[in-house]
Design a binder for this molecule. Sequence first.
Ligand code: LRH
Ligand code: MN
Ligand code: MN
Length: 426
Amino acid sequence: MEIRKDILQEQNNKQIQDLEDDFSRLAEKLTKKGVNIQRLLQRLQDFQVAIPSWALGAGGTRFGRFGFFGEPTSLEEKIDDIGILHALTKTAGAVSLHIPWDIPNDYAAIKEKAKEHGIFFDAVNSNTFQDQSNAQLSYRHGSLSSMDKEVRQMAVQHNNDVVDIGKKLGSKSLTVWLADGTNFPGQRDFQSSLLNTEDSLKKIYGHMPDDWKLFIEYKPYEPNFYSTVIQDWGTSFMLANACGERAYTLVDLGHHLPNTNIEQIVATLMLKGKLGGFHFNDSKYGDDDLTVGSIKPYSLFLIFNELVNGMERNKQNPELAWMIDASHNIKDPLEDLLQSLEAIQESYAKAMLIDQESLLEAQSKGDVVQCQEILQDAFRTDVRPLLAKARVDLGGAVNPLKIYRAMEVRNKLIAERGKHTVATGL
Ligand code: LRH
Ligand code: MN
Ligand code: MN
C-alpha cells in the first residue's frame, strides 16, 4: 500500500480552495499582529516527530488486547506504515526502534526502504524490562541496578548491542528506560541500587560513539509500585550529569504524578542544557499513553510554550529528539497517530504565536491578568489552516485523516496483509 501522489493530489484538489481562503484570512489577521508567517510555516515544516516502531499495532493492557486488522508484522511493514503517515502529514519523517522487538534482518534493505519514504532513524531504545527467551539470567530483580553483577553486565551488554545496531542504521542516540524498582518496602537498598545504576550507565555511555547522545527516561511508578530507581527528572538529571556532557534527561509526558507542573520541569532542564528528548502522549490517570492532546490540550500548549522559549533562548540545550510514545487498544493505530501528529503541530504553532515581548512587558509590570490574556489569545487561535498550508506546500494532505479514510488505507492494508496479524511491541 502506497499513498500515490496523483490520488493524493486529486483528493487535495477537492479541499484546496477552502484551505486557501481560510489560510489567507488567518495569515492576514496574524500578519497584522506582527507574526512572520513564512518563518512560522518553515518551522512547522522542519518539525519532524519520530514514530516508535511499537505504536503501529494495537497495544493493549494486561487485561487484554484487541488486535487491529492489517497490522504490520515485520519491520519493513512498520516502516511502510510510517511512510503512509509521512506522505500524508510530512511531519513523521523518523522512526524509533525498540530492541529486541524490532531487530533488522537485512540492514541494507531496511535503510533503503526508510530512505525511499524519507524517514531517518532516530533514537534506539533498549529493553531490560522483559526477559528474552534465550536469556541466561533474569531481570526479575532489576537490570542496570541489580545487586547481581552478572545481571548488570548482561544489561550493560544489551545496551551496548543496541548502540551497535543503531550505528548500522545511522541512529545517533540511545534511550534508556528502566523498569528497575521494588514492590515492597525493605525489598532493596535505595542507595546501592542508585550507585549500581550510575555505574552501569557510565559503562554504556563509555561504549557510545563520540557523536551519540544518551537519553535517560524517568517514571515514578509502574511496573514497580513501591519504588522506582529513576523515579523523577531530578534523579535522571543527576545521572546524566554523572555520565557526561552528551547524557540528557528525557521527558515522557505520561511519566508524572497527577498535576505535576511539566512545563516548569522543561524550563529548568533547558536552562541547564540537559533536556535531550521528548515522548508525547496524553493521560487522564497515569502512563495511559493516550492520543496526544486528547485530554489536556492546554497543558500541552503550556509545555510547548517552554519548549519554544527554550529553543530560542537556551543555545546550551541541544536540538531535541521528538517522539510519540502512545499505544492503542481501540483505535486504528494509524488514525490515532495522525491525530497525535496534528495535535503536536497544533500546540507547537499556538505556542509560536505567543507574543513573547508583550508577555515580558506584562510580567515586568506585574499585570497578571494581561499575562493570561496573552497566553490564551494564542491558545484560542484556530491554527489548523497554517498546519495544512505547511504540509500541502511539502506535498502532504490538506486533511490527512479525511484523505486516509477516503483512500481506504486500512482496507487496502487488510487486503495485503490479512485480517489477523499481530505486530511486535507492547
Ligand atoms: C515506558 C516507556 C518507555 C519504553 C516505552 C515502551 O513506559 O514510556 O519509553 O521504552 O514506554
Ligand atoms: Mn516513553
Ligand atoms: Mn511510558
